[in-house]
Design a protein around this ligand. Structure first.
Ligand code: UD1
Length: 342
């Protein structure tokens, strides 16, 4: 049947994608993760939710020799889904070189291995942060990219370009670049979700931690020119993102791609304000959130949401979950973590 390598498979999106791959395909799945910002327990959680198993390897993808040595032992690799990367905007501003080094070395190492071994299919995690403060909303894949606001965003812009040039030089190679909007939520079982190792910066874990008294939520600005003054984002359920990866993989393997580097936005297409996200959480969790309104956060764009027509029409992908589902699954996951500690 062939093997699919998933890098960063213990991470938030990687673990949900492995679960979807196990459920929806017969491929042999191997995850590579060095747990630099993930937790081994994600593997156990995926295994508990799935009828079949998968293998795991632990090493740093920047270690070229180790990568070649380990991958050489694997039979019939037919594709690589590359999630593993550093992803904190503030950390990337404090230590940009570690971001350029980690995110780009791992990428070029993997592409170089694909080239040597004729592995033809590759899926890359990109981000809506590549659009910056776009002039026109919603953003389509053709919307011109602005100068990156952070070193993290810049590594995603460069990563996309590296792949595009690589594809031009290697016409047999085919890749899908997926620009994620704001992945949130947890598996509907409430048994798998985001496990940030460090203090989270993203809205959803801060909301759910605030609801259990472990954090305090500040809304970053209520004086933007949006309908309620808070920023607008396109929140998308992590299981919908995971499903898009399975569809993208099949799209490549079945040769349905029109170019050898295809690019898709992964968002619902709905712009949601921070205050609307909070209201949805309060409704489904049946809990009032104690939050304050604070200053704007440096580096935040006012509004960004996706035109997702291309992913829907080309990949046959339809996001299943709405905002309330995202909030409820995140809440179930937080309660699961609280229960486990008891
Ligand atoms: C951020 C990154 C993006 C990355 C994504 C990964 C920036 C500029 N962008 O997106 O590149 O791909 O994370 O998940 O950092 N908010 C609050 N209070 C909080 C936390 C967030 O009001 O305590 C607001 C933010 O101002 C923003 C929204 O919630 O309007 C979402 O924030 P966040 O979850 O951090 O994601 P992004 O900043 O959109």
């Amino acid at each position: 049947m062939g093997t699919i390598i998933v890098t960063g498979g213990a991470g938030y999106i990687g673990s949900h994608t492995i679960l979807e791959l196990l459920e929806q395909t017969d491929y042999n799945i191997i995850s590579i993760d060095n747990f630099s910002n993930s937790n081994k327990s994600s593997y156990e959680r995926v295994k508990a939710l799935s009828k079949r198993g998968f293998s795991t390897l632990e090493f740093n993808l920047c270690d070229t020799e180790k990568l070649n040595y380990e991958l050489d032992k694997i039979d019939a690799i037919i594709g690589i889904i590359h999630f593993a990367a550093f992803k904190s905007v503030p950390d990337s501003m404090a230590d940009p070189l570690s971001y350029y080094n980690n995110n780009l070395t791992s990428l070029t190492n993997l592409l170089s291995y694909c080239q040597q071994k004729n592995i033809k299919h590759f899926i890359f995690s990109s981000s809506c942060s590549v659009y910056g403060n776009a002039d026109k909303l919603p953003v389509t894949e053709q919307t011109p990219l602005k100068k990156a606001e952070s070193a993290y965003g810049h590594t995603k812009q460069i990563g996309e370009e590296v792949i595009e040039f690589f594809c031009k030089a290697n016409p047999d190679f085919s890749t899908v670049l997926l620009r994620y909007f704001n992945p949130v939520g947890a598996h509907i079982s409430g048994k798998l979700g985001e496990l940030p190792i460090n203090k989270p910066n993203n809205l959803l874990p801060i909301i759910t931690q605030t609801a259990v008294g472990k954090n305090s939520l500040t809304v970053f600005g209520d004086n933007y020119t949006t309908r309620d003054g808070s920023c607008v984002r396109d929140y998308i359920h992590v299981s919908d993102i995971a499903d898009a990866h399975v569809k993208a993989l099949n799209y490549l393997i079945e040769g349905k791609n029109k170019t050898n580097s295809s690019l898709f936005n992964l968002g619902t297409g709905n712009g949601v304000t921070v205050l609307e996200a909070i209201a949805s959480f309060e409704k489904v969790a049946k809990k009032k959130l104690n939050y304050t309104i604070g200053q704007r956060r440096v580096g935040d764009v006012e509004a960004v949401y996706a035109d997702n027509f291309l992913a829907k029409s080309e990949l046959n992908w339809i996001p299943k979950y709405n905002l309330d589902d995202m909030m409820l699954s995140s809440w179930k996951w937080q309660l699961e973590l609280e229960n486990e500690k008891k």
